[in-house]
Design a protein around this ligand. Sequence first.
Ligand code: 2P0
Length: 321
Amino acid sequence: MSAATARAHPNIALVKYWGKRDEELVLPAAGSLSLTLDAFPTTTTVRLDPAAREDSFELNGDPAAPAQTARVGRFLDHVRLRAGSAVSARVSSVNEAPTGAGLASSAAGFAALATAAASAYGLPLDSAGLSRLARRGSGSAARSIVPGLAVWHAGDDETSFAEPIAGPAMRMVIVTVDRSQKPVSSREAMRRTALTSPFHGAWAVSAESSLRAMTAACRAGDFTRVGRIAESNALRMHAVIQSADPPIRYLTARGTAVFDEVEALRREGLEAYATADAGPNVVAIVRPDDADDVAARLAGLGAVQVVGPGPGARLVSQEED
Ligand code: 2P0
């Protein structure tokens, strides 16, 4: 019986992915760029089980919810189609992200699952191939295949994968202001935004131009430009999300207070920029030497944690018959 275990980490985007050009292939409306973190890994084992009639999925020691199990099963169907296999699998996953911090992400989950499943089903894939495969599970997972800074090209099915890009040294200060479940999933909110926001087209055009500017800023090692573009891009994403009908507001007053404090820090000469994903929590982007000072200043607004660049997805172990 073939089995493989892989580990992957979540990522935080500096240019956000919001909206799909193709739902089936998970092709994004625009490219994006992120930092894979050195914290909160997901470790996933895929064990082929010829005796099993269907796939099973256990998360942190308990059977996962039916919708999650079905999503894992659909991903494995795609792997089996490519591998020419009809064998079911037992999947078990351990996620080390604190509940509700917004980091128990599908990015780390599907990057680990893609890496483990490719090995267990005998699909020999390089990093670009694994990134394309992970993308089919969850778009942002394409980026968690890659260590550190990753640029995910919008591309087509063949060319839409993430690859590493050099950039300035940075740390992120995660400020968790609210641990409750988000009201609307990213997938559903993206769909609603694309279908109902009058600004969606402008968002996609602006995201591509932010990505070009961000790529140049990364290559130049220009922390200030990276931070400015990231903050502006994050606020534009939240603006387009809020413009959906019915509206979706992920940022709350407590998160906005973190944006305010980050701006106040800049006025004082401590350079930090803010970003936020599809949830209430905010992340400050800082130079490594400033991380502890910024974390101390933001600690009054939520639970803070400093994180840095982390490894790409990798196999931890493999077993063959
Ligand atoms: C990002 N997010 O770039 C953006 C910013 C959330 C806000 O990628 O439908 O879970 O599985 O492809 O990858 C969240 O989207 O969506 C996301 P699917 P995914 O990080």
